[in-house]
Design a protein around this ligand. Structure first.
Ligand code: ZN
Length: 191
């Protein structure tokens, strides 16, 4: 197991568009080992997801997994998912307000708008096609990770900077109201 160094906001690697990964490259031992390390790093940091540029590798690969996450105890679990060259298309125009945080933006959360439902097209780590719909908070997590591949961080989407909060102040002042709002949302959207 190798833990990779996580880039923090301000590092240029987080601000460039990551490049597509070819099939031969994807199946190479180097990239397969990199994916293992990306997953280990995500789990070690208790992330709900981690995109390759966040560990200084600007290629279009991200990992997503939620398993009783202590950073986000209200999040529905998501099985380990590796997305390669993902494309997200919103289904419908409905959005929700999500309180997001990011391993590349330490100790900060803020409210962003995310689409409630998406069509996801990507490759898995073996290069087989993925085509699926994701909904609810899970759709928010997908949008957050794919934003990283386009050089965006959640801060770019925070419309009201007055919602920005440290983790301690989130727990103290915002968590209860957010959980009260998001629990029925999760029940409605099932994700
Ligand atoms: Zn992030």
């Amino acid at each position: 197991m190798t833990l990779l160094k996580i880039a923090h906001v301000g590092h240029p690697v987080l601000r460039q568009r990551s490049r597509d990964v070819g099939l031969d490259e994807l199946r190479s031992p180097e990239v397969q080992t990199f994916i293992d390390d990306l997953v280990d790093t995500m789990r070690d940091a208790n992330g709900a997801g981690l995109a390759a540029p966040q560990v200084h590798n600007p290629i279009r690969i991200c990992a997503i997994e939620v398993k009783d996450n202590p950073r986000y105890p209200y999040k529905p679990n998501i099985p380990l998912t590796i997305l390669v060259n993902p494309v997200l298309e919103p289904i419908g125009a409905e959005t929700f307000e999500n309180y997001e945080g990011c391993l590349s933006v330490p100790n900060l959360r803020g409210v962003v708008d995310r689409f409630c439902e998406l069509q996801v097209t990507a490759l898995d780590r073996e290069g087989s096609p993925i085509s699926r719909r994701v909904r609810g908070l899970t759709a928010g997590t997908y949008q957050h990770e794919v934003d990283h591949l386009d050089g965006k961080v959640f801060l770019d989407r925070v419309k009201d900077t007055a919602t920005l909060t440290t983790l301690a102040e989130f727990d103290r002042y915002h968590k209860a109201a957010f959980v009260e709002r998001i629990v029925p949302f999760i029940a409605k959207w099932g994700g």
